[in-house]
Ligand binder design. Sequence first.
Ligand SMILES: NC(=O)c1ccc[n+]([C@@H]2O[C@H](COP(=O)([O-])OP(=O)(O)OC[C@H]3O[C@@H](n4cnc5c(N)ncnc54)[C@H](O)[C@@H]3O)[C@@H](O)[C@H]2O)c1
Length: 339
Amino acid sequence: MFRSVARSAAGKHLLRRGYATDSVPDRKVAVLGAAGGIGQPLALLMKLNPLVSQLALYDIANTPGVAADVSHINTRSEVAGYVGEEQLGQALEGSDVVIIPAGVPRKPGMTRDDLFNINAGIVKGLCAAIAKYCPNALVNMISNPVNSTVPIAAEVFKKAGTYDERKLFGVTTLDVVRAKTFYAGKAKVPVADVNVPVVGGHAGITILPLFSQATPKANLSEEEITALTKRTQDGGTEVVEAKAGKGSATLSMAYAGAIFADACLKGLNGVPDVVECSFVQSTVTELPFFASKVKLGKNGVEEVLGLGPLSDYEKQGLESLKPELKASIEKGIKFANQS
Ligand SMILES: NC(=O)c1ccc[n+]([C@@H]2O[C@H](COP(=O)([O-])OP(=O)(O)OC[C@H]3O[C@@H](n4cnc5c(N)ncnc54)[C@H](O)[C@@H]3O)[C@@H](O)[C@H]2O)c1
């Protein structure tokens, strides 16, 4: 995924093995919450990405160690660790992409909404700093509940006068990663070939995988589709329970976060036809934010793509998720404007 494919004059695909810095623009990526369960493997994966020239690792504690460790890897980017609020500005300055996995994860029995109060405050503070130090950066929001933290970020940016709806993304890639894995297992098709759009939001029933559009096609029964849908929606809980009090998905999330950041960087660099699902400002439904396929370009979102044809089961799922998603969006907006 991190090898860029260049086309030769003869039209053949060439794999660029070295880091031809002359042809790859400099890009700074900041990870906020870089010493955490997601932050550390995400820092590692971003260090492996040849599109990154500068990697800023920020947390309220422990980043010097993470940065020293990751910095020894012999890839293109220069790594710097920043710790504590007084170094946040430096970490952010000049960033092209800011990835936010800062916050607390779920424990068994907690919903993503239970995290709201702690994470909402953290995200609000970090977004105020982004508005000040790198207002043009693409923001990849991982901190949960994404259904609320993205609207919070939008409100903070609006107040600061820096909001650009093309540059704010809720990272829902893990839902897509899970849907692909689970579908491939059930449909007995090679997982690397699988595509499944996942729309809606990023919590419980608001996660709506569109298995009717999955490729390669497979003749799955209604029961199998229902089971796959439920497993995708409960994927986070499956990990939280298996970790039994020791956190939520970190490794698969870091992978998903790295895939999405890579897509953002490719879009910024002018690579055509980069499409990923993301929770963004949207007119696809009547809700102001919604996850769907998004085309990424030089300024972030180039086009929010529609839902495509839905099965009756998916149409029903779409209607049932709307009230919950609407409430989570409104909760975020209210929080941002009250506190
Ligand atoms: N979008 C998704 O699909 C998805 C998936 C899994 C987890 N998550 C969310 O990601 C977040 C992080 O999860 P984790 O497992 O890495 O948690 P973690 O507790 O292991 O790490 C969180 C890190 O954030 C740091 N932090 C706290 N306040 C901060 C601040 N103000 N500024 C910078 N850093 C700060 C902590 O010091 C810690 O290192 C949680 O909100 C979790 O729910 C999202």
